[in-house]
Write a new protein. Structure first.
Length: 204
């Protein structure tokens, strides 16, 4: 299967890490939806990252659906089998995704000309990011977030979100404010699977 998109996208990176942990052979192609629009359009006319092209040539868009397909191919999930534990992991995964979403929104807002920025909206997305990171901090403190060897989707989502925040908007994610989350993410980033898919990897 071919995964298309830049690894500075938290959505691309989460899919890549998940696929590898599922034992799948994930081929990756760094194509930017901004700088390589025409090239991306030839793969997926929606120009949406991540994009997955299955072995049968089917194009799948959206990281959650891509991961669902990966689980189908692998015949298993990284989520716990126990229903209660599974529900908790789904909750943590959702919080991690929200953190990444809000970090992306903050970065996009900063790219707007000053005259086109709307203060109340900026304040809202920053507050949502803070809340998501605080919830992940609490989870890391309680031990609900792990750092291996058996990573769950919630662990992955939290690590990916924190890494993206530190990579793109570090002033909004100081380590001293959320030290437990920072430590959990650092431990995960030291694992081979995260080293294999570094956030700043880009093919020439």
């Amino acid at each position: 299967m071919l995964l298309v998109g830049m690894l500075d996208s938290p959505y691309v990176r989460r899919a890549a890490v998940t696929g590898t942990l599922l034992g799948l052979d994930v081929e990756h192609r760094s194509v930017s939806v901004f700088r390589h629009m025409d090239a991306f359009r030839t793969i997926n006319p929606l120009i949406k990252a991540p994009t997955l092209v299955t072995g049968g040539g089917v194009v799948i868009t959206d990281s959650n659906l891509i991961i669902q397909h990966m689980e189908d191919v692998a015949g298993r999930s990284l989520r716990p089998a126990d229903k209660a534990a599974r529900a908790r992991d789904l909750s943590l995964t959702g919080i991690g995704i929200v953190a990444a979403d809000k970090a992306v929104s903050i970065e996009y807002e900063r790219k707007r000309p000053e005259a086109q920025r709307y203060g109340p909206w900026q304040e809202r997305i920053v507050a949502q990011l803070d809340t998501a990171l605080e919830l992940l901090e609490d989870a890391a403190k309680s031990g609900a977030l792990g750092s291996g060897p058996d990573l769950r989707p919630g662990d992955i989502a939290a690590t990916i979100a924190w890494g993206f925040c530190r990579f793109v908007i570090p002033e909004f994610a100081p380590e001293e404010r959320w030290p437990a989350l920072a430590a959990q993410a650092k431990a995960c980033e030291a694992l081979d699977v995260f080293k294999h898919w570094p956030i700043d990897r880009e093919e020439p």
